[in-house]
Structures are given as structure tokens and as C-alpha cells.
Unconditional design. Structure first.
Length: 93
């Protein structure tokens, strides 16, 4: 009779141990999948941010060129106004 109890207890222990092992194995696998998802998500976000940074840099360069052109035009207009003002004074206007 004691042998039967020993066999039953051993069988329950083995089955429970196997079940626990499977549980922890699945848990570790889910954790790894979650970490992989986070890594991939971060990589995707970093790639998007790098693309936005590059685009922003290009737009900044275009705006810088436009500002330089506008400054040049304003400078030219100042010279013209100065010339017209001096000619107007000389002619007695």
C-alpha cells in the first residue's frame, strides 16, 4: 500500500514539475517576445526620427538660402532709396 502512495506522490510531483517548467518556459518566451517587440518598435521610431531630422536639416538649409536672398534684396532697396533721396534733395524736391 505504501508503494502505491509513493508511486502516486512521485507521479504527481513529476507532472507538477513538468507543468511548472512549461509555465516558466512560456513565461520566459513571452517576456522575450515582448522585449523583441520593444526593440523593433524603438528601431522603427529611431529610423523615423532620423528621417525627420534629415528633412528638417534640408528645410533649414532652404530657408537659410531664402533669408540670404531677402537680405540681399533689402540691401539693394536701401541703396536705391538712398540714391533717390540724395537725387531728390539735389534737385530741390
Amino acid at each position: 500500500m505504501e508503494n502505491i502512495y509513493s508511486v502516486i506522490i512521485t507521479a504527481l510531483t513529476v507532472l507538477t514539475g513538468t507543468g511548472a517548467w512549461r509555465y516558466y518556459e512560456k513565461r520566459a518566451q513571452k517576456r522575450e517576445e515582448s522585449e523583441n517587440f520593444m526593440r523593433n518598435d524603438c528601431r522603427t521610431r529611431i529610423a523615423k526620427l532620423e528621417a525627420l531630422l534629415q528633412k528638417s536639416s534640408e528645410e533649414k538649409e532652404i530657408m537659410r538660402e531664402q533669408i540670404l536672398k531677402l537680405v540681399e534684396e533689402v540691401s539693394t532697396l536701401r541703396v536705391e532709396i538712398k540714391y533717390l533721396m540724395e537725387n531728390g534733395k539735389n534737385k530741390g524736391l
